[in-house]
Ligand binder design. Structure first.
Ligand SMILES: CC(C)(COP(=O)(O)OP(=O)(O)OC[C@H]1O[C@@H](n2cnc3c(N)ncnc32)[C@H](O)[C@@H]1OP(=O)(O)O)[C@@H](O)C(=O)NCCC(=O)NCCS
Length: 142
């Protein structure tokens, strides 16, 4: 449940991740796959998380978020490094992710770890506002 709360708080921002409120906490918590999730912990609670959804085709889809008050302090970097290790351990050959073009912090972070931009999906994500946001595909060969 603490992970679902973190996810919901970031969704409330309506900025960095595709999910928007309301997040069904019970359902989100029930379906969380802990086997492929890494959690940054401070003060006894989660301050960031990253997960890899493994596909049958050798690549994994990466998703992540850090609590707003903990950003810019290296939590995201530590999680990306750990998730890359996890993906290698699982025998994946590639990590891929989608990021909004305005999310400069996330794009800078992924580039730092070697992810490259592979394409741009035009008007891909429909927001509750009705706006249609592009999504940049990024990938890292492991
Ligand atoms: C993206 C996110 C996970 C990054 O986590 P974080 O803990 O802030 O990341 P870090 O502090 O480890 O590193 C951020 C890096 O980006 C840099 N950065 C920060 N703001 C930046 C900006 N506006 N433009 C470019 N780079 C920026 C930092 O300097 C840092 O690089 P450095 O380590 O070389 O100094 C976090 O901001 C977040 O959760 N955002 C909301 C949810 C989200 O966008 N998730 C990703 C969806 S694809």
């Amino acid at each position: 449940m603490p992970l679902a709360h973190l996810h919901a708080a970031v969704a409330e921002e309506r900025d960095g991740i595709a999910a928007e409120p309301p997040v069904n906490l019970e359902r989100r918590a029930a379906f969380w796959n802990l086997d492929c999730t890494l959690v940054g912990v401070a003060d006894g609670g989660p301050v960031g998380l990253a997960f890899v959804i493994e596909t049958p085709f050798g690549f994994g889809e990466l998703g992540m978020c850090v609590a707003a008050e903990w950003r810019g302090r290296g939590v995201g970097g530590a999680l990306v490094a750990a998730v890359i290790d996890l993906a290698r351990e699982r025998g994946l050959h590639k990590l891929s992710l989608g990021v909004f073009p305005h999310n400069e912090r996330a794009i800078a972070l992924y580039r730092k770890f070697g992810f490259v931009e592979e394409g741009r999906r035009i008007k891909h994500i429909r927001r509750q506002s009705g706006d249609l946001w592009d999504l940049i595909d990024m990938g890292l060969l492991l």
